[in-house]
Design a protein around this ligand. Structure first.
Ligand SMILES: [Zn+2]
Length: 407
């Protein structure tokens, strides 16, 4: 290795120097990721110094591929709670059940972890504009980090299909928002074409190989919060599928440098109407067949052709994990249950993870003595209209009648 990190193609294995901007492999068009020289990190790793830093993404600086620390763009992302859910443990009949609440990030979703690294790279590369296509959370996050960095932000959204909370965020942070007809997959191919034509725009959608480097800190934090232990199972909702791979890589890196002993089984959950990866895992095949018209109430995972689908399949396979799908009804039920029995408000995609593991537990595929962590990727306020729709309406009454209806 010429540097302590490099791009590597997951298909042909060719490496590229990190000073250049790549989104896909220039040799074969395959997906790229950032490979760290773990030997180098391991030799320099100062665990005491790490543990003295506050719990957030940059506590793990030694694992983050940044060259110029003066360019770091941070809103103090990460350091999210790992809630032990005792009522759910009892209901589900499982030994230990935790929720890693990513809704507590600055813009209310896990995307902030990737953007602190991605937008810092944008400054290192010297661009003036960043861009993404998004189902909503990515654009909300990118708009905020671009604002913090003083960069222009271009966002391409599928018209009429973005939850209100997310649209509000991208708008208030000053992104140039373009809504296009069609679904997310269409918006994504458009923004790729734009960034290929315009060298001065840095693409920060899910193809960007640096974003998962921030997202892997979800795995770091969970291990850290469990006293450098790991759960038996790690449950993640899958949309574009970058997150499940990123978290898997986080655990993998920790194991390689000797900070943990095992990697948890990765469990990926998709919605019934958008489950190409679940189908592929069930069939035991490495290539997935895209879903033409993905549909689900969980807009954050309403994706039929996940860019990082093959990485997700790999993470599940290598960790001895599994994949499951859930209906919209199951998602809504899990969302209400988590909110009402544990006080944790999540958006539908996050609830999908809870609904999925519930199914696996009920079916006996998860042992009752296991320790399970679900990653709740986004805050309930991301989709306020959905939350109102699936809850009871307020009771309308005259002021003097209030006590009567309280019961
Ligand atoms: Zn390649």
């Amino acid at each position: 290795m010429r540097s302590w990190f490099e791009y590597e193609c997951i298909d042909c294995g060719k490496r590229q120097p990190p000073e250049k901007r790549f989104y896909v492999c220039p040799e074969c068009g395959g997906l790229l990721e950032i490979e760290l020289d773990l030997q180098y990190i391991s030799e320099r790793l100062d665990r005491e110094a790490l543990e003295r830093k506050p719990l957030n993404v940059w506590r793990y600086r030694q694992f983050l591929p940044i060259v110029d620390e003066s360019k770091i763009v941070t809103l103090q992302e990460g350091g999210t709670p790992l809630y032990r859910c005792r009522r759910l443990e009892e209901k589900l009949g499982i030994a230990e059940f935790y929720v890693k609440y990513e809704g507590a990030n600055p813009t209310g979703s896990f995307k902030d972890r990737g953007m602190t690294v991605g937008v810092t790279k944008a400054l290192e590369f010297g661009v003036k504009t960043v861009a993404c296509a998004s189902t909503g959370n990515t654009s909300a996050s990118l708009a905020a980090y671009a604002a913090k960095a003083g960069l222009k932000c271009l966002v391409i959204l599928p018209s009429g299909k973005v939850a209100l909370g997310k649209l509000a965020q991208a708008a208030i942070h000053g992104a140039r928002i373009v809504a296009v007809k069609g679904n997310f997959d269409r918006a994504l191919s458009l923004v790729r074409q734009i960034c290929e034509k315009r060298g001065d725009i840095y693409l920060l959608n899910s193809l960007n190989p640096f974003r998962p480097q921030g997202q892997k800190t979800i795995g770091f934090e969970i291990a850290d919060q469990l006293g450098w232990g790991v759960p038996d199972r790690l449950v993640v909702p899958m949309g574009n599928c970058a997150n499940i791979w990123a978290i898997y890589k986080g655990f993998f890196e920790l194991k390689e440098v000797g900070m943990i002993e095992n990697i948890p089984r990765m469990v990926g959950i998709q919605a019934e109407g958008a489950k190409p990866i679940v189908d592929a895992v069930r069939k035991g095949i490495d290539k997935f067949i895209p879903v033409e018209n993905p549909e689900t109430i969980a807009t954050a995972i309403r994706i039929g052709n996940p860019v990082n689908g093959s990485k997700a399949i790999r993470a599940i396979k290598r960790s001895g994990g599994t994949a499951e799908s859930v209906t919209d009804e199951e998602i809504i039920e899990a969302q209400r249950e988590l909110a009402r029995s544990e006080g944790i408000g999540v958006e539908p995609a996050s609830a999908a993870a809870i609904a999925g593991i519930k199914k696996l537990i009920e079916r006996g595929e998860v042992d009752r003595d296991e320790k399970v962590v679900c990653v709740a990727t986004g805050n309930v306020l991301k989709d306020p209209e959905e939350a109102v729709r699936v809850s009871e309406s307020p009771l309308e009454t005259e002021p003097e009648e209030v006590l009567k209806v309280v019961g």
